[in-house]
Design a protein around this ligand. Sequence first.
Ligand code: IMP
Length: 207
Amino acid sequence: MNKATRQIVMATGNSGKMREIVELMAGTGVEIVAQNRLGVIPTEETGATFVANALQKARNAAKQTGLPAIADDSGLIVAALGGDPGVRSARYAGPQATDAENINKLLDALHGVASRGAHFHCAAVFVRDAADEHPLVAEGIWRGEISAASHGSGGFGYDPVFFDPELGKTGAELTRSEKNSRSHRGQAIRDLCRLLLAECNGSGAAR
Ligand code: IMP
């Protein structure tokens, strides 16, 4: 991104993700615009990795708007399940699955299993244009374990069964700022913002 760039499109419909990145980029002179405000039609997520899916979303938004774009993709990885649900986390119990259905499927799959270690993984990417061959890529990991039952009412997705042993709480029992400071997404977005700021300031860290 050169210094003349003023707008970046964020390839998400998730207002929580938008809020976080807008806060992190405050004061840089860069305006982050949600893709739905620009009429972007979202793309399918068919990649085999979080990075591939994030790039697919970012390139799609850049192609339709002509602007640089940011996207992220994340999911839950459970060691005892060979890495499932992984990139299929949102669709684990079926294409239109609700969070409750995904959680029930996960708890059933882990019924009687003693080894319950898991982590969330997030990839956050920035492309200068749809064909950018040197995207900025940042990744974050949040380690924990899958509890036997749901606890808490905050967050989304698998948060009620994702237990953070250091905090002694599930993701759904954390405040928004507690979760942002620990989470895979918070880490990846903060790192991506650092790379972006370095690029804006011309330090050459980007390429
Ligand atoms: P996305 O790519 O960030 O939209 O995440 C894909 C899916 O992974 C979500 O639909 C959730 O099921 C799961 N997931 C990702 N991040 C989190 C999180 O922070 N808490 C709980 N579930 C998450």
